[in-house]
Design a protein around this ligand. Structure first.
Ligand code: SF4
Length: 193
């Protein structure tokens, strides 16, 4: 039996944009250790992340809007992670997958980042060592709900996390800026030269 659809549908533009964004997340896989294997399993046929519209893994940050950090991040790797995050266009979200990405896990050493949220904003944390693919899928579902509930077309929900909260300076920002580890709001700092 044919279903009769209405000629006109009214909705808020924000709701429409959120619905589209939530169901077409393109992940940037940042897999550095064993959690990455579970991330791969999530994309494989048994768990099939495509059921949630998030199967289009891209290795170009400019085409991604969902950073999935799967595995421990060492201090040497941190600038790379930050650079990729900065290159991803807004609106963008981040899932911290596993104990290592979220807290350093068992690697309580000076060389391992004790939680990536010290250096970049995280929307969802997935516990476990390693988390099961089902857990990662649940975090994608939860993130979709969050986007649908809090998202705005103009990205007002990100105003808080992108507002610079560091020390103020009256000095002019020079042209030759450098990346400052730890400052994800601006990829620059004042040069002393
Ligand atoms: S949380 Fe466990 S499985 Fe994941 S990267 Fe760390 S040690 Fe490996």
């Amino acid at each position: 039996m044919a279903v009769e659809l209405p000629d006109v549908v009214l909705t808020k533009l924000d709701h429409l944009a959120n619905w589209v964004r939530a169901n077409s997340l393109w992940p940037m896989p940042f897999a550095t250790a064993c959690c990455g294997i579970e991330l791969m399993a999530t994309g494989a046929s048994k768990h099939d992340i495509a059921r949630f519209g998030a199967e289009v893994m891209r290795f170009s940050p400019r085409q991604c809007d969902l950073m999935i950090v799967a595995g421990r991040v060492v201090m040497k790797m941190l600038p790379v992670l930050q650079r990729i995050w900065q290159q991803m266009p807004e609106p963008k979200w981040c899932i911290s997958m596993g104990a290592c990405a979220s807290s350093g896990g068992v690697f309580d050493t000076y060389a391992v980042v004790q939680g990536i949220d010290r250096f970049m904003p995280v929307d969802m944390y997935v516990p476990g060592c390693p988390p099961r693919p089902e857990q990662l899928l649940q975090s994608v579902i939860d993130l979709q709900e969050k986007i649908k509930k809090t998202g705005t077309l103009m990205g007002r929900e990100f105003a808080q996390r992108t507002a610079y909260e560091g020390p103020k300076t009256n000095a002019a920002i020079p042209e030759d800026v450098v990346v400052a580890p730890g400052d994800y709001t601006k990829s620059r700092r004042i040069s002393l030269n």
